[in-house]
Design a protein around this ligand. Structure first.
Ligand SMILES: [Zn+2]
Length: 284
């Protein structure tokens, strides 16, 4: 099956559903990532041109790690708008790949680029099947299922329709973060005012985790922890513990340390049949 993960920025998909991308690719499905912005704004020292080049290199390294194709559109960061021209670009882009499943942002999000991508995907959804809209690219016969990546925003709160055990993908998820070098070790510590990361590849990789999470670490400890990528992915499991228990059963659901979570978007195709089976097969 074909899965398209559409993010505003390079790290959006990678960090939220990189584990699923890796798992589905290993199962023989075709996963593609696209970032609608080029990363130009994500640094405080490098120029936008330098940052764009560096981010492209980092995304290429992630694509190689995951074994997927990774597209980056040319829009500068913080300039994406859900206008008609960009909607048509999105319609053509999705049609050309013709995915069974699209994963993207929710429209209620703090970042204007995230909101624009969410709007573009929703606006494209039905139009994908309308032949006289963008007639130069053949219309799809069926809308893909659309799912939202997890976020922390409220009004309304994210609903975890599908939560996936990512314990066997945590190493890959941390490697993905590590490859986003100028973000996790430079830009994000600057913009979120974290402490300066250590020098040295191995020291940095340890720092990246934020906390050593073991089988004995409680959900309360995870939720109270600060920065870090092991922490971030453990927080998804801790936050959706009830759903993990519902979806995996009491014994396994209680033990899962790391997770990715998805909400079904009401504007895509119905979540049933082959795509539902796909997500069930990706339970790990
Ligand atoms: Zn983003």
């Amino acid at each position: 099956m074909k899965i398209l993960m559409i993010g505003a920025h390079q790290d959006d998909n990678e960090f939220r559903c990189g584990g699923l991308a890796h798992r589905l690719t290993k199962m023989g499905h075709e996963v593609r990532l696209v970032s609608c912005c080029n990363g130009s704004g994500g640094h405080h020292i490098m120029t936008p041109e330098e940052t764009t080049k560096k981010r492209a290199e980092e995304s290429a390294a992630v694509a190689k790690l995951l074994g997927i194709r990774y597209d980056v559109w040319e829009n500068e960061d913080c300039t994406l708008v859900a206008d008609l021209e960009t909607r048509r670009k999105m319609i053509r882009y999705i049609r050309a790949f013709s995915p069974d499943l699209v994963i993207s942002h929710r429209p209620n999000d703090y970042h204007p680029d995230h909101r624009a991508v969410a709007q573009l995907v929703q606006d494209a959804a039905y139009m994908l099947t309308v032949p006289h809209e963008c007639p130069d690219v053949p219309a799809m016969r069926r809308m893909p299922v659309i799912m939202y990546n997890v976020d922390r925003f409220k009004n309304p709160e994210f609903r975890a329709d599908v939560v996936l055990d990512m314990d066997d993908e945590i190493e890959t998820k941390l490697r993905i973060a590590h490859l986003n070098e100028c973000q996790v070790y430079e830009w994000l510590p600057y913009t979120h005012e974290y402490e300066t990361p250590p020098e040295g590849d191995e020291e940095r990789f340890e720092w990246l985790k934020g906390m050593n999470i073991t089988a004995d670490t409680t959900d309360e400890e995870v939720m109270a922890a600060g920065r870090g990528y092991a922490v971030r992915y453990a927080k998804v499991a801790a936050r959706f513990r009830k759903e993990l228990i519902e979806q995996y059963g009491e014994e396994r659901g209680k033990k899962i340390r790391y997770a990715e979570a998805f909400e079904v978007c009401p504007y895509g195709g119905p979540y049933k049949g082959a795509v539902k089976e796909l997500m069930e097969s990706a339970r790990g």
